[in-house]
Design a protein around this ligand. Structure first.
Ligand SMILES: Cc1cc2nc3c(=O)[nH]c(=O)nc-3n(C[C@H](O)[C@H](O)[C@H](O)COP(=O)(O)OP(=O)(O)OC[C@H]3O[C@@H](n4cnc5c(N)ncnc54)[C@H](O)[C@@H]3O)c2cc1C
Length: 468
């Protein structure tokens, strides 16, 4: 160990850490209550330093985990016990905004919202907007193929990644593709790295596609007396040819929980939640002409009129920018709020949009069968439902032994509905035991072989994605 510490200290000086506080800080992400202590935290600044670190780890068989902002929800950034935590936070420059080609080149440690604000100054738009955008890094977004509310109209991170500079586990630095919108040249290594959860290579530069910045948007909060009808309404909106820029679902309890959490933290979001409101849809449309957006909103409302549990009188129209900010804050806070009330597990289920009501029914049926309470919310327009299962009064045996059986049953149902285990949070540590539900053995072996080609010594984020 001492030899390793002196090698890395010589390379990085003060940016090689072995003190208790730093080690503990980097032992966890936002996933449930799991943590594993690394023996060292490294914070390189350049691709050359990343190369030297990985070449050394490869040579000495040292486990190393790339780490972004640690907002991950599947344990991807939790380092191996006694391994190395490789934080990318000092590689945080926006290198170039290419206005002529609508592209931006960034380092992985740039906060997603900082990037969005920076390109906005040029009238440009980077759409993927995870609810954690104020803290997560763009490198983490690429490694997880993150989504967010706007994915329903604009797509997820992969749809914007044109080219990547990566360092392979043996220390070799390379570009995976070209800075072009079309590329039919060989295998698509760029997209293989996207969503690979830090298991194949360390991302050190990212070239992203940008769009012209929409100049206006409208936002409404729509109450329903039935959560199932709220889910049915979502696919009805799309079947009528309307494409909102966000269509988010919040169950009644998700709204209340978020509102109470904000209140406890001194933020009032005075939105009336009537006794009979079981769910809300937060619907946004965006574009370049306000009148066209008003037409979209009116069309959406007339589609919703078909549902007898839709409460037309209680639709809330965000009249000011402050109203919009408050409604989005309410939605973005749900995750933190739920976490604050109980130990919980979050499943990131995703099904074709039309199957969303069936998924929700199944979640509640399983809750009755296995005696768990769930709070559901998420990106309904994508069919991506975050199912938060609360420990509440479940005893440890129910939680540790019964719940995995319930989750297995839930995922099996999701696959029957032609969906899959994770829409955007990844597999990481916490979902890997369920991979056999989504893939047959041949597919899993193929993926493991790809991992082996990139990382023959299995040093990079080992133990993630694949069942042991
Ligand atoms: C309140 C809250 C709301 C959220 N909302 C959303 C949402 O709406 N949509 C969504 O998709 N996600 C959401 N997330 C999950 C999380 O924010 C995303 O997965 C995000 O992309 C993680 O970024 P990060 O920088 O925190 O990465 P980390 O959590 O640090 O790491 C995530 C993974 O990326 C790998 N990694 C990080 N950097 C690199 C790199 N440079 N090279 C190679 N691998 C790397 C890590 O090894 C790890 O496997 C939310 C999380 C929270 C806490």
């Amino acid at each position: 160990m001492e030899n390793h510490v002196s090698f890395f200290s010589e390379l990085l000086g003060q940016y090689c850490y072995t003190d208790r506080i730093t080690i503990e800080t980097y032992s966890h992400d936002q996933t449930e209550d799991i943590s594993q202590l690394p023996f060292m935290v490294l914070k390189p600044k350049t691709v050359e330093e990343v190369s030297k670190i990985l070449a050394y780890c490869h040579q000495h068989n040292l486990a190393i985990t790339p780490i972004g902002a640690r907002t991950g929800l599947s344990g991807g950034a939790i380092p191996n016990q006694n391994g190395i935590a490789l934080s990318m936070e000092r590689m945080n420059n926006v290198i170039e905004i290419d206005e002529k080609n609508h592209q931006v080149t960034v380092e992985p440690g740039v906060i997603t919202e900082v990037l969005q604000d920076k390109v906005k100054e040029y009238g440009l738009f980077y759409p993927p907007d995870p609810a954690s955008k104020g803290s997560c890094f763009i490198g983490g977004n690429v490694a997880e193929n993150s989504g967010g509310p706007k994915a329903v109209k604009y797509g997820v991170t992969k749809d914007y990644v044109l080219n990547l500079q990566v360092v392979l586990p043996n220390g070799h630095a390379m570009w995976t593709g070209a800075n072009v919108l079309k590329n039919a040249t060989g295998y698509n290594l760029t997209q293989l790295i996207v969503g690979s959860e830090g298991t194949l290579a360390v991302i050190t530069k990212i070239v992203l596609k940008l769009l012209p910045l929409p100049t206006c948007d409208l936002l409404i909060l729509v109450p329903f007396r039935s959560v199932i009808q709220a889910c049915q309404a979502v696919s009805e909106i799309y079947q009528n040819g309307i494409i909102p820029s966000a269509c988010e679902l919040m169950e009644r309890e998700a709204m209340i929980c978020s509102q109470e959490y904000l209140q406890k933290n001194g933020v009032e979001v005075p939105i009336p939640i009537q006794k009979h409101h079981q769910a809300h849809l937060l619907i946004e449309v965006d574009g370049f002409k306000n009148e066209a957006l008003m037409d979209d909103i009116n069309n959406i409302l007339s589609v919703l009129e078909k549902f007898d549990s839709f409460d037309a009188n209680d639709v809330l129209f965000a009249a000011t920018e402050e109203d919009k900010k408050q409604l989005w804050m309410l939605r973005r806070t749900v995750g933190h709020a739920v976490k604050s009330i109980s130990v919980y597990k979050e499943e990131d289920t995703v099904v074709p949009r039309y199957a969303l009501p069936d998924l929700l029914k199944k979640v509640k049926e399983l809750g009755d069968k296995y005696a768990f309470r769930s709070i559901c919310y998420g990106h309904a327009g994508d069919g991506n439902l975050h199912v938060n299962i609360l420990k509440d009064t479940m005893n440890d045996r129910q939680w540790n032994e019964q719940l995995p059986i319930a989750i297995r049953e839930l995922f099996s149902e999701v696959v029957k509905l032609k969906g899959t285990l994770s829409g955007e949070h990844g597999i990481g540590l916490v979902q890997k035991q369920y991979m056999d539900i989504a893939f047959d053995q041949v597919s899993i072996q193929l993926m493991k072989q790809i991992k082996k080609v990139f990382d023959p010594n299995n040093i990079l984020n080992a133990g993630k994605i694949f069942p042991s």
